[in-house]
Design a protein around this ligand. Structure first.
Ligand code: MHF
Ligand code: KIV
Ligand code: MG
Length: 281
């Protein structure tokens, strides 16, 4: 049972904030990325709807469906045991009414195996968050830049004016009041992130939001540059060149096949006799 005891819980994350221990969160989208995320020692694994962009090749997160999220959350679940598993509720699935939000969140937990769900929004989501929490669904909020609203706002830094910081603090307080156990602060100024983080008792997990958040989150594919096209927001730090490493290995494989350097004797199975004799090349 020691493995179970070590599992990261919502209460553990809140204790980390009180004790000023930074929270490390990373996205994952399937079994191998989940396994790699767990092995790295992260506290929280997020099955982000960024899935749509980095894994499914869409231009935004808007086309991602609840089916997509359930399918990928299940795969990540099989790859991890210690980190807290959070899954994004995709576009519109928590906006049709509280009943639909509960149903969608329930699927991510029951079918996907998530331990918590995340939704983009602030004050406007307070009743939804409250209903989920009362039903036993831990909710992580997400304020600042909301990628699901890209068609309204684009990808723009938030919290640049006093008015905007006040609104973000109102959102953070309303989410906390409604029972959110933590929230993501995406692309807000470092000053806004500090004000917000000091305004609420629950952990803030920043992405592109500076050094004063209680934790950090990045997209898996950004951290290890696991892409060919090289999309890279300026707040990302790249820690490995997985794309380059993988591509050079793949290209060498193709060259070896074309040059008949692969397979070699150690990759071959032999039987007692040939059924027919072909022409030896
Ligand atoms: N690979 C990837 N990484 C992410 O962090 C990410 C996704 N995809 N998809 C979903 C959202 C979208 N995100 C984005 C997308 C673009 C910018 C961007 O263009 N940022 C500019 C600053 C814009 C400004 O100055 O207002 C930058 O230079 O970082 C930021 C976050 C974050 N999320
Ligand atoms: C970047 C994080 C916070 C996210 O929402 C996602 O990956 O979808
Ligand atoms: Mg997301």
């Amino acid at each position: 049972m020691s493995e179970r005891k070590d599992r990261v819980t919502v209460a553990r994350l809140q204790k980390m904030k009180r004790e000023r221990e930074p929270i490390a969160m990373l996205t994952a989208y399937d079994y191998p990325t989940g396994q790699l995320a767990e092995a790295s020692g992260v506290d929280v694994v997020l099955v982000g709807d960024s899935l749509g962009m980095v894994v499914l090749g869409y231009e935004s997160t808007v086309p991602v469906t609840l089916e997509d999220m359930v399918h990928h959350t299940r795969a990540v679940r099989r790859g991890i045991s210690r980190p807290l598993l959070v899954a994004d509720l995709p576009f519109l699935t928590y906006r049709l009414g509280v009943r639909d939000a509960l149903q969608a969140a329930g699927r991510l937990m029951q079918e996907g195996g998530a331990s918590a769900v995340k939704m983009e929004g602030g004050r406007d989501l307070a009743p939804t968050v409250k209903a989920c929490v009362e039903a036993g669904i831990p909710v992580m909020g997400h304020i600042g830049l909301k990628p699901q609203a890209v068609h309204q706002t684009g990808y723009r830094i938030q919290g640049k004016t006093e008015q905007s910081v006040r609104e973000l603090v109102d959102d953070a307080e309303a989410l906390t009041e409604a029972g959110a156990f933590a929230f993501v602060l995406e692309c807000v100024t470092e000053e806004a992130a500090q004000t917000i983080s000091e305004s609420v008792p629950v952990p803030t997990i920043g992405i592109g939001s500076g050094r004063q958040c209680d934790g950090q989150v990045l997209v898996f594919h950004d951290v290890v540059q696991f892409s060919v096209n090289g999309f890279r927001p300026s707040f990302v730090k790249t820690y490995a060149d997985a794309g380059e490493t993988v591509l050079s290995g793949l290209a060498e494989y193709v060259r070896d096949v074309k040059n008949r350097r692969f397979p070699q004797e150690q990759h071959v199975f032999h039987g007692k006799s040939a059924v027919y004799g072909g022409t030896k090349r």
